[in-house]
Ligand binder design. Sequence first.
Ligand code: GLY
Length: 388
Amino acid sequence: MSPTRTSDVLVVGGGIIGLVTAWRAAQRGLSTVVVDPDPGGGAARVAAGMLAAVTELHYGEETLLGLNLASARRYPAFAAELTEFTGHDLGYRACGTLAVALDADDRAHLRELHALQERSGLRSQWLSGRECRRLEPMLAPGVRGGLRVDDDHQIDPRRLAAALVTACERAGVTLHRAWAERLVVAGDRATGVVTADGTDLAAGRTVLAAGSLSGRLAGVPADVLPPVRPVKGQVVRLTMPERHGPFLNRTVRAVVRGSHVYLVPRENGELVIGATSEELGWDTTVTAGGVYELLRDAHELVPGITELPLTETRAGLRPCSPDNAPLLGPTELDGLLLATGHHRNGVLLTPVTGDAMAEALTGGTLPDVARPFTPRRFGAAVLTEQSA
Ligand code: GLY
């Protein structure tokens, strides 16, 4: 007979969302297990770590904005608590962001974004090209204007993930290093998973937090299977020189020929340039074309990048839902909760997700801020369409 472990909470997926859920659950006194072959991995290994509630605002996503802002507000205290508990430096930098325009089309796009930000009560300031270059002298002379957003910061997602692994271990979470193979449903209730190493992990509540893989766990009934799909992002990492004055002071970003490009300068000298957005299923190949486009667009913004050592190229998969917003909290299947579908905002939404899931696991319902993101907003029709 296979060994059985029983806990209050079982989290399927040890990326940052699964780990923060487990850490917060354990802090509330729940015995918690995370099942993942490589805890601390996932999309956070690729992500640049922008905390960009203001610059990544999109039309029609005002509800998501509320959640994004709630999480951005929690970040300083969250990062301080995690650092104090684990001793890990998270690379959190309150550096702000500059979104710039290279031509008349980009400028029109940015003007629209500025108007939307103002209507949404967000702080952002329009700057001329010259004012942009005064802030960031490495910018191309052709920059035509930009938006200074002092509230969009950054964190190093790899450090965040490593700190959350330590936090889980210190809080008594068991990390079971294996693949979850199948959800077990007994009667009309989820009761845990069976792993690829033959272990039965039984639990009072199971949280599916497996990123883009969340829609693939065997045994999940079709009407509660999360409608998430993978959206590929390619990212490159360069190293900035140690010399007088920083290469870039803050995150610099733009839309160039319709594609988003951003440059995120870390205190440790790493410069992360991202990201493509490709609907190619499960493919995580780094392509010459993807890297070429990122470097070409980044070079138009900051020509000096071509002098820098190229240290890494990588691709990851964002878990995307039909409305680009996460799925949080209880499903129609008793005992099964979701924490997935964070798309472009997983790093930003980590603090609020941990708090919301802990509340759902202890009190049974989501806090007000997270209530619009219940998985129940997707009816059976949408779910059937997605899985067809
Ligand atoms: N939030 C940045 C990205 O997903 O590329």
